[in-house]
Design a protein around this ligand. Structure first.
Ligand SMILES: Cc1cc2nc3c(=O)[nH]c(=O)nc-3n(C[C@H](O)[C@H](O)[C@H](O)COP(=O)(O)O)c2cc1C
Length: 362
């Protein structure tokens, strides 16, 4: 851990969580605690999926950099891919504060941010700048796939119009696009996961954008198990390339100890892991290799990552563990993955993908 990180983490912890998040993002954007050169990844961590090479399978999940301000520094601290958003067509302030809660005892977070973001115009300008290499040739973002996570406004939304319009704005600049239909904090959004509705949105995108980067759909962990297979089929038939499993949960496991456990919003971090794992197992079985799968939810160790890859994930994403641990997390996860792989004689992630059994259902 850098001196800066060890000094700033306790300070950030003492602030209210949203101020701490904003400061952490400002610090990253300014290049504080960011190495000048991206660390080289061990070739054993490389993987090919969605027609691209990822030098490691660990991405920053959506919501950390909603306005695409810090993608280059995030790439430089070692993430294998970076996702910006969720961005909506028009800027919006999100829900009233407080709307972000740290459940320290549970290593979890509850948020009801409500898609606070500066809107697609500013987002697209930042992405356009990012796609130009840095004049110094350092090119922190070069070679690190960038994704745009898109959503709809709280008011005046028309999903069949808005998602294709957002695809038009981001597609020149990104390597993949995520349809967020699973945030619990935008009324009605999760209803778009209905198989027929989702298919309509995917068809509208396909009609307007025969040429486009791969599309992934991000799902909620609160879907009934029986609803999952029809959704997977709609995603395949609608021409999308992958799924992210999963977003935050509205469930409150009885194990939660923090005084904030009854705050409204989506729960993320350690208590989300069992359901995110179980859902990945179901999706992997139904998808049977037809979709790229990105596992997300409560990932904290290299072993967690290898377990999800064994269950069929191609890539993983982290948010809450990064909020607790800061940039040092990324190097630790890679080190832990490599330690286990060496111990078990695993030479590449392809060797273990899909070899494990599915997780136990909750
Ligand atoms: C404060 C906060 C804001 C988030 N905002 C978004 C968002 O805008 N879009 C999205 O798709 N997911 C969002 N997420 C969900 C994360 O991307 C991720 O799916 C979830 O937190 C589970 O991963 P984790 O347990 O590693 O945090 C947010 C999560 C948190 C904690």
């Amino acid at each position: 851990m850098s001196v800066l990180t060890s000094l700033t983490l306790p300070l950030l912890r003492s602030l209210n969580p949203e101020t701490a998040h904003d400061l952490a993002l400002d610090a990253l954007t300014l290049g504080l605690s960011v190495p000048l050169k991206r660390p080289e990844d061990d070739p054993a961590l490389a993987t090919r999926v969605l027609g691209m090479r990822f030098s490691n399978p660990i991405g920053i999940a959506a919501g950390f950099d909603k306005n695409a301000r810090a993608l280059r520094p995030l790439a430089r601290i070692g993430f294998g891919f970076v996702e910006a958003g969720t961005v909506t067509p028009r800027p919006q302030p999100g829900n009233p504060r407080p709307r972000l809660f740290r459940l320290e005892e549970d290593r979890a977070v509850i948020n009801r941010m409500g898609f606070n973001n500066q809107g697609i115009d500013r987002f697209a300008v930042r992405l356009a700048r990012l796609s130009r290499p840095l004049p110094s040739g350092r090119g922190g973002g070069a070679g690190v796939p960038v994704g745009a996570n898109i959503g709809i406004n709280k008011t005046g939304a028309d999903p069949e119009r808005d998602y294709p319009a957002l695809v038009a704005r981001v597609k020149p600049y990104v390597q993949y696009i995520v349809l967020n239909v699973s945030s619990p904090n935008t009324p009605g959004l999760r209803g778009l996961q209905d198989a027929a509705r989702l298919r309509g949105i995917l068809d509208a995108i396909a009609d307007r954008h025969p040429e486009r980067p791969p599309i992934l759909v991000k799902l909620a962990p609160d879907l009934e198990n029986d609803a999952i297979a029809p959704i997977v089929e709609a995603v395949v038939e609608g021409g999308a390339q992958g799924l992210i499993i999963s977003n935050t949960t509205l469930e409150r496991p009885p194990s939660l100890r923090s005084p904030y456990r009854d705050e409204a919003g989506g729960l993320s971090g350690r208590p989300l892991a069992p359901r995110a794992r179980a859902m990945l197992g179901i999706v992997a079985e139904v998808a049977a290799g037809r979709l790229a799968l990105v596992a997300c939810g409560g990932i904290e160790t290299g072993l967690d990552i290898l377990e999800r890859i064994r269950m069929g994930a191609d890539l993983v994403q982290v948010y809450t563990a990064f909020a607790y641990e800061g940039p040092a997390l990324v190097a630790r996860l890679k080190r832990e993955m490599l330690d286990v792989m060496r111990r078990e004689g695993v030479e590449s992630l392809d060797d273990i993908r899909g070899t494990g059994t599915r997780g136990k259902s909750l």
